[in-house]
Design a protein around this ligand. Structure first.
Ligand code: GLN
Length: 311
């Protein structure tokens, strides 16, 4: 694995990456199946790298909060694992799905057991689990992200949450199949509402990259000076991100970038270089798998320049 350049050179490199990816603008599409997300400017681009020593470098719109969407599935899983160890694995698998994040047929064929915690079916199951243990999963995830990033500017955008809930026909079907098979215990609409609020958490790329830094340093937060999760949980969450974090594009992402990562339809991606750094990027235009098109390209360019790939 490669090494990062010193902070001033790193900032220059990020600015170069931003220039390199620019010609691809216009080739993706901002998510519009959640109407409120279609209001976001497709021109946004922000990127941040934070080393395990706590040094931060950024470029572009890295301080503008955006909708995390599926990226919140990672802190939700961390809370579930922190709450009760391995219990969640009685209801959710750990295998890549090879399918889009909201695919229904696989869940039906596999009797209501989601492939992994990062497809929507798995994330809804984690939400159901957290409702029973923490009461308000969206609030708990928001508070966790606030503490770990040491940032106040982290909030649930209720307009985005309601906009998603009002149009969540596919996710409603998924929640109902989960209830049918007894994978979730709570009312499917209640679980879906909590899930939409969790997905509607907003924070900036800088804050997001800070929040994920413990996954790059064996669970330890250099910002808080203490462990946020055990080394074992950090390693396991990274394994799940590597195999399931980018949905049906997980193979090509590993081929191009070679780091565990999690994307969201808000256009964010956060990647982990274990022992070295966390890397966040935000560019709202998505590719056909619902992953940020420029974000993926930026990570690919960054990893090529630094030789940070794990593989
Ligand atoms: N809230 C979104 C959904 O369920 C999250 C999807 C994503 O970010 N990939 O459709």
């Amino acid at each position: 694995m490669g090494r990062l350049p010193p902070p001033d050179k790193l900032t220059e490199l990020l600015a170069d990456v931003a220039v390199m990816v620019r010609p691809q603008k216009g080739k993706g599409r901002v998510a519009d199946y959640i109407p409120a997300l279609s209001q976001v400017s497709p021109d946004r681009f922000g990127m941040t790298v934070i080393t395990v020593g706590g040094e931060e470098s950024s470029t572009g719109d890295a301080n503008i909060p955006f909708s995390l969407q599926s990226i919140t599935k990672v802190p939700a899983l961390i809370l579930a694992l922190n709450t009760n160890g391995d219990e969640i694995w009685e209801r959710v698998g750990k295998e890549p799905s090879g399918t889009p994040f909201n695919y229904l047929a696989q869940l039906e064929a596999e009797h209501g057991i989601p492939r992994n915690p990062f497809v929507n079916a798995g994330a809804l199951t984690v939400t159901d689990y957290l409702i029973d243990r923490l009461g308000n999963p969206a609030g708990a995830v928001r508070d966790f992200l606030k503490i770990v990033s040491q940032t106040d500017d982290v909030w649930i955008d209720e307009t985005v949450a309601e906009s998603e809930f009002g149009h969540a026909y596919q996710n409603k079907a998924i929640a109902n199949i989960l209830a049918l098979h007894g994978t979730i215990n709570n009312d499917p609409d209640l679980v879906l509402k909590a899930y939409c609020r969790q997905c509607a958490i907003h924070m900036s790329v800088v804050a997001l990259t800070r929040a994920f830094l413990p996954l790059a340093s064996g669970g330890f937060s250099p910002i808080l000076g203490e462990s946020v999760v055990t080394t074992r949980i950090a390693r396991r969450v990274n394994a799940l991100m590597m195999m399931c974090g980018m949905y049906d594009a997980v193979g090509s992402f590993a081929y191009r970038v070679g780091l565990p990562a999690k994307s969201g339809v808000g256009g964010g991606i956060v990647a982990i270089a274990p022992g070295v750094a966390s890397i966040g990027v935000w560019a709202p235009e998505l590719d056909r798998s619902g992953n940020s098109l420029l974000g993926t390209l930026a990570l690919e360019q960054f990893v090529q320049a630094t030789d940070l790939s794990l593989l």
